[in-house]
Write a protein that binds this ligand. Structure first.
Ligand SMILES: [Zn+2]
Length: 111
């Protein structure tokens, strides 16, 4: 994993509420201080694990399609985002330091 501080890119293209995103094998963060925030880094590492399993070619289309389905269901952008399978797994475990050591295959779709 490589962490890239991309302040200008975030300022220009990314909504102010987003602090980081994963694009295998990189994690892009809005500011340098975020690269030492272990919960944010772990959250993005979980997305990297998901992307390793599915490949970028499947991960992003599935992510966007699930977001749109959740948006239709919930009619709320933030709720739709938080209920995407990939985000449920990442938010559900980004506070657990050892999560990635014990994570199961395609854990985003397991209950
Ligand atoms: Zn996330």
């Amino acid at each position: 994993m490589r962490i890239v501080v991309a302040s200008r890119f975030f300022k220009t293209f990314i909504h102010p509420t987003y602090r980081a995103f994963a694009f295998y094998p990189w994690v892009f963060v809005r500011s340098a201080d975020l690269s030492s925030n272990s919960q944010i880094v772990r959250h993005e590492q979980i997305h990297l694990a998901q992307q390793r399993e599915l490949g970028i070619v499947l991960f992003y289309p599935i992510y966007v399609m699930e977001f749109l389905l959740r948006l239709i269901q919930t009619r709320r952008g933030y709720t739709a985002y938080r209920t995407i399978s990939f985000e449920r797994e990442a938010y559900g475990h980004d506070h657990e330091p050892d999560y990635l050591k014990e994570r199961k295959w395609c854990a985003m779709w397991r209950r």
